[in-house]
Design a protein around this ligand. Structure first.
Ligand code: BTN
Length: 332
């Protein structure tokens, strides 16, 4: 944990904490404590300083700073390093650069705003400043490349779990988040977020994965082309949500799911849990795949994370990647 995060932890309790107590606890000089207090103020923390009583933290910024997130994480891998940016092209671009610099597994890149955010299938992804969650996690999974779709299903599950925990804590109600294969997160019939998995692999070995999440938290869509199609927690519950708590819950849930993803049992659990919440299940679907459009009835997720579609002949096709939409015709 950085010194600034440690100082914040010391200032977390009500009232004043003396500079001497902090310097003693962290084994740094009192002038070093002061230097870090100045840096924290520059980041938006409001810290009062009294010559007699010491320091008092009176306001934390609504920013996803490492010092806000890291002390609260309980996982082992995801979030062991956190890079925060005010505005970048895309967290996935920066994660790619960090892979070249050999940053370790679990490194997280988070941004308050993205200028060239991207979604699946070459779509753009909007991240307005300070309202949403946009992050990428660097992973070096020890699984065969054909199993990586399960990581993306697992990430969508982590988002679902995290949103439900935070919504319950904040509002007392159950959010009922649904998932749409392969990695869309839905709330009340509208898209709340999505997962983008990018990777480099050899035939039998994954070299790296950039596991990215975009989640609409306090975004408002009034008057935009997304109104009616996309949603956010603020739109659905008519109140703001703490992005920090969501990021912490999300990284912890992802850490938990990822820890299990290296065993057959853990991988099987991902597809089973995803299947339970997949809003395509049993519905008539049209799936555009690299080999053409497949029309049929969605019949679950197989052990490799592929969508099973029962086609007119009665046969079941397993689809590795594609874009599924609900079709208006009746199921058969
Ligand atoms: C989708 O639903 O199409 C996936 C959206 C993924 C968006 C996230 S936001 C963080 C990361 N950076 C990007 O440019 N895209 C992903």
């Amino acid at each position: 944990m950085s010194l600034e995060a440690q100082i914040l932890a010391e200032l977390a309790q009500d009232g004043y904490t003396s500079g001497q107590a902090i310097s003693h606890k962290l084994n740094i000089s009192r002038s070093a404590v002061w230097k870090h207090i100045v840096k924290l103020r520059e980041q938006g923390y409001v810290i009062e300083a009294s010559p007699r009583n010491g320091y008092r933290l009176t306001r934390r910024p609504d920013r996803l700073l490492p010092a806000e997130i890291q002390p609260l994480l309980t996982g082992h891998t995801v979030g062991n390093r956190v890079f925060h940016y005010q505005k970048i092209t895309s967290t996935a671009d920066v994660a790619r650069e960090l892979i070249d610099r050999e940053e370790p597994e679990g490194t997280v890149v988070v941004a308050e705003a993205q200028t060239r955010g991207r979604g699946r299938m070459g779509r753009t992804w909007r991240t307005p400043p300070g309202r949403a969650i946009a992050l990428s996690v660097i992973l070096y999974p020890r699984i065969i490349p054909t199993l990586t779709p399960l990581l993306s299903l697992g990430t969508a599950l982590a988002v679902k779990r995290a949103v439900e925990v935070v919504v319950k804590k904040e509002t007392g109600s159950a959010a009922g988040v649904a998932l749409k294969w392969p990695n869309d997160i839905y709330l009340n019939g509208k898209k709340l977020g999505g997962v983008l998995l990018e990777m480099a692999a050899e035939l039998d070995r994954v070299k790296w994965v950039i596991d990215s999440i975009g989640l609409n938290v306090n975004n408002l869509f009034r008057g935009t082309t997304l109104e009616g199609r996309a949603t956010s927690l603020a739109v659905e519950f008519d109140r703001k949500f703490p992005r920090r708590d969501l990021v912490v819950a999300l990284l912890d849930e992802l850490d938990d799911i990822y820890a299990g993803a290296h065993t057959e049992k853990g991988l099987a659990a991902i597809s089973r849990e995803f299947e339970k919440h997949d809003l395509l299940q049993g519905k008539r679907v049209e799936v555009s795949t690299p080999d053409g459009v497949v029309i049929g009835t969605a019949a679950g997720i197989d052990s490799e994370g592929r969508l099973r579609v029962r086609v007119a002949s009665g046969k079941v096709r397993a689809i590795f990647s594609g874009e599924a939409t609900l079709s208006q015709e009746k199921s058969f």
